[in-house]
Design a protein around this ligand. Structure first.
Ligand SMILES: Nc1ncnc2c1ncn2[C@@H]1O[C@H](COP(=O)(O)OP(=O)(O)OP(=O)(O)O)[C@@H](O)[C@H]1O
Length: 590
């Protein structure tokens, strides 16, 4: 057979035809992908998750691959019955604001693991991939978990513990970013009353019912335990805000925290109100939450700027001795510690204080294991008030870290997870969480997994680990106010931060002294004014002693001069402190 040779012209023509066919095929594939993407986007919107369709797809694929790892909350549930501390996370659903911003859901809770999926772009600016950061806790509650379930695993064992009497103490903390659901989980009644059906699902409500149910059964804990026959149940609610402690059930009266000679912490002036049934209990809680200091932020219309502490105290009916105490602590938004460079002094100082207290809280909870010689509870008012929760052998603690699911909150969510992770890593005993933290789990504590699940462009997947979170101790920087996140926190900067925090504490103390003095002077002045009035009336009568009048008036004028001088001196000292804070904050921002 004669092979017909193909001419150079034909070869070129064939190559062109092949290229055209390939191009056509590529176009066809791209068009099919575009249509599929649009349809997927439509489906995502229908499922109220309208963010970046590629990232949503990557997250979905990851979930499908890992869904088998989720366990039931009844398996290895926390360990609060035997252990001193239980650390959990709770993710809330995406909300309307996040959907409007086209934020996608970037957090997965597969009990006991919580994972943040950070959306990344390769240097080519087209290829998308995810970094997965996984952490294991005693419980990881997803957005579908009911509040009853959260309550059952966290606060319920503590209610039983304190009702057991013998001076038992327990504390439940809600920690997390503004708008992540702390108050929802811990008891913001003012929001809950608006949604009737939510009332029964709220932990505080469950807690109220539960407490009285528990108390009404006097067979539960024997003679030493609390029952309605031998114990009273009273409530005190206060907040720590801007260096002040304010009684939320008593006209926001200012309170003082003192440590007596025996090391007992006393909140002087705090009113306790007795409740004899759940209704009274709830009415007080509602009042306390209505009085709390809040303001609107982008993430939350009613963001809490304070740490709110609700104490439920069980006292012996005969002698008033404390049989048990449960503290429910709704902490201020953790990211608020980032505002130390704000132009607004109030924001700045508020931020420095939140910072100091959250760092102190972390250190104190880490010291709960009892092996630590030093519990730094004096570092902040919050930790001083909660001293017995850290130092008492008879105390248990639950921490619920709340998570916003939106991808735009990923950095804050990671900080929250790292904070919670740090708390647990030190305090668990050898046996703790054996069930919940299997050693061979494919997702180990705090693990970062950078493998791309799907490369949505056709570029090769990234191979180089570039996750800056692994490279430095981000948490402390964020909490300490290093909001540029560059990871280069120098000793100098740490020193400056400490200096700023100290200045703010001094400012608050100076302010406290000035306000106290001012208040005392107003009271004394009012009394002197009444006396002057009487003196003047008597000197205008028929029978008067001018010498006595002049002598007393001279004493009054001297006293008033002394008071004004004292006040001026205090005021100057306070103004000096204000100046110092201002100068320091300017130095920091340069
Ligand atoms: N698990 C949840 N399920 C449904 N909605 C939730 C959940 N958690 C929080 N939310 C809603 O999210 C919003 C913010 O919650 P919340 O006020 O509790 O946040 P927060 O963390 O206390 O914020 P802040 O620190 O600013 O006070 C509220 O509207 C709340 O109802």
């Amino acid at each position: 057979m004669v092979r017909k040779s193909i001419s150079a012209t034909d070869q070129t023509r064939l190559r062109i035809e092949k290229m055209e066919a390939d191009r056509e095929e590529r176009r066809r594939r791209q068009e099919a992908m575009r249509i599929e993407r649009a349809a997927e986007e439509k489906r995502n919107v229908a499922q109220v998750n309208p963010g970046d369709v590629d990232f949503i797809g990557l997250v979905r694929q990851w979930r499908e691959e890992h869904s088998g790892l989720a366990r039931s909350h009844t398996e290895g549930s926390g360990g609060l019955s035997e252990d001193k501390i239980c650390v959990c996370v709770r993710k809330r659903p995406l909300n309307e604001k996040e959907r409007k911003k086209r934020d996608h859901d970037a957090v997965t809770c597969l009990h006991p693991t919580a994972t943040v999926h950070s959306a990344k772009l390769r240097v080519d600016g087209i290829s998308k991939y995810l970094d997965h950061h996984s952490f294991r806790f005693d419980h990881a509650f997803d957005e579908e978990t009911t509040t009853e379930e959260v309550y059952r695993c966290t606060a319920k064992p503590l209610v039983d513990w304190v009702c057991g009497g013998r001076g038992a103490r327990a504390t439940v903390f809600a920690y997390g970013q503004t708008g992540s659901g702390k108050t929802y989980t811990m008891g913001r009644i003012q929001q809950m009353v608006a949604a009737d059906n939510a009332l029964s699902a709220h932990p505080i409500f469950t807690c109220a019912d539960d407490i009285f149910e528990t108390l009404s059964d006097n067979t539960l804990f024997g003679d030493e335990g609390c029952s309605l026959e031998n114990a009273t149940c009273s409530i005190a609610i206060f907040e720590i805000y801007g260096g002040r402690i304010q009684d939320l059930l008593n006209n926001r009266n200012r309170l003082k925290v003192l440590e007596d000679g025996k090391g007992e912490v006393i909140i002087s002036g705090l009113e306790e109100f007795e409740a004899t049934n759940p209704k009274q209990f709830l009415a007080m809680i509602e009042k306390g939450h209505t009085n709390r200091t809040t303001h609107a932020t982008e993430a939350n219309d009613v963001s809490s700027r304070s740490h709110a502490i609700c104490q439920i105290l069980f006292r012996d009916k005969n002698n008033g001795k404390l049989k048990g105490k449960l503290s429910l602590v709704d902490l201020a938004g953790s990211e608020r510690g980032n505002d130390t460079k704000s132009h607004n002094r109030q924001r700045r100082t508020e931020s420095a204080e939140i910072n100091t207290s959250l760092l102190a809280l972390k250190e104190c909870i880490r010291a709960i294991d009892g092996k630590s010689q030093h519990v730094p509870y004096r570092q902040s008012k919050l930790t001083l008030i909660l001293k017995d929760c850290f130092v008492s052998r008879n105390a248990k603690t639950a921490m619920i870290a709340t998570l916003s699911p939106g991808s735009s909150s990923s950095d804050h969510t990671l900080n929250t997870l790292r904070y919670a992770d740090r708390i647990k890593e030190n305090v668990v005993g050898d046996d703790f969480g054996k069930e919940t933290c299997p050693k061979k789990s494919p997702m180990n504590r705090g693990q970062t997994n950078k493998s791309p699940l799907k490369n949505v462009s056709n570029n090769p997947p990234p191979t180089k680990a570039n996750d800056r979170f692994d490279e430095y101790d981000e948490l402390d920087q964020i909490l300490d106010g290093d909001d540029d996140n560059d990871g280069n926190d120098t000793d100098d900067e740490a020193y400056r931060r400490e200096e700023f925090s100290e200045t703010v504490q001094n400012l608050y103390e100076e302010q406290e002294r000035l306000l106290n003095l001012h208040m005392n002077i107003i009271h004394e002045n009012a009394e002197l004014l009444m006396e002057e009035n009487k003196l003047l009336s008597s000197v205008q009568g028929d029978d008067y002693d001018v010498d006595e009048y002049a002598m007393r008036l001279s004493e009054i004028v001297d006293r008033k001069t002394e008071m004004v001088e004292n006040l001026r001196e205090r005021l100057l000292s306070f103004q000096g402190q204000l100046k110092k804070e201002e100068e320091l904050s300017k130095k920091h921002s340069h």
